[in-house]
Design a protein. Sequence first.
Lengths: 198, 119
Amino acid sequence: MDAIYWPSVFFLIFGALACGFALAVLLSANIVRMAFYLVMSLAATAGLFFLAGQEFVGAMQLLIYVGGTLVLLIFGVMLTSQERFVNMKTLAGDWVIGMIAGGALLSLLTAAAFSVPEWRGPERAAVENLPIEPNATPIGMGLLGARVDQIGAPADERAGMAGYLFPFEIVSVHLLVVLIGAAYLARAKRRSNPLPTG
Amino acid sequence: MTSSLLANLLTEPPGVAHYMTVGAVMFVCGAMCMATKRNALGVLMGIELVLNGANLNFIAFGSKYLDNGGPQLGLDGSLIALFVIVLAAAEAAVALAIALNFYNNHDSIDVDRADQLQG
């Protein structure tokens, strides 16, 4: 029997955590617990990103998603957590229909994933000899418009591989516009007289 | 059969299909959250789960450590994953603002009560 390949062990741990907490989000009826389970599920997903060798994306997942977006969601939970909204039970009929549709979709996706031979795991010897190279620099250069990972490709192939400077600009302005709009939408209502008297 | 599969998982590297399975579980959980939760914030959490399940596939196809000779996204996979993360943050901010507005106006967060447009 071969020696244990430790990245696979960590994949099993993080994958089980991500799937288990995602199921817990689905099955829990308490909105506060759902928020906590979602934090754990997304953190385990960041662990899977690290295991795939994408350490920059994993770090961004932890910083933006777990640190930013979910704190926002938890604020939303706190601002709306009246007694009658904390526990909202799903109707039994919805459960039955949802389980049928979800189970069908899950079996279809899993069968499709394992039906392609190239998508099964690579040989152990091939992976163990791969050089370890951090990918933060290629990602940063790609966002600036320079694809350093495609530097060896012939010129006619590189013509279609522009960098990501333009999408980066668009997504930056989009985020700014969206945050201003959200702040405008969620502002506190002034119900009292805008010109106080006396 | 099951024990040999588990031993295989412990001694061989995981592939794209394993990542896609985890992503599929998260996607289905999120889609069912969106369909069955009555709290508007629960629906939002389902959307986050769906986006993460999709992101996991982009990461898996962009990773050279999971590559077994199939088509690869390379650096594009991680860049698209970054864009998805940023857009998910923007989406969560707007959706939360809408949910808070709805809560202020209707004194409820139940999505079944949001039926004014139907009349």
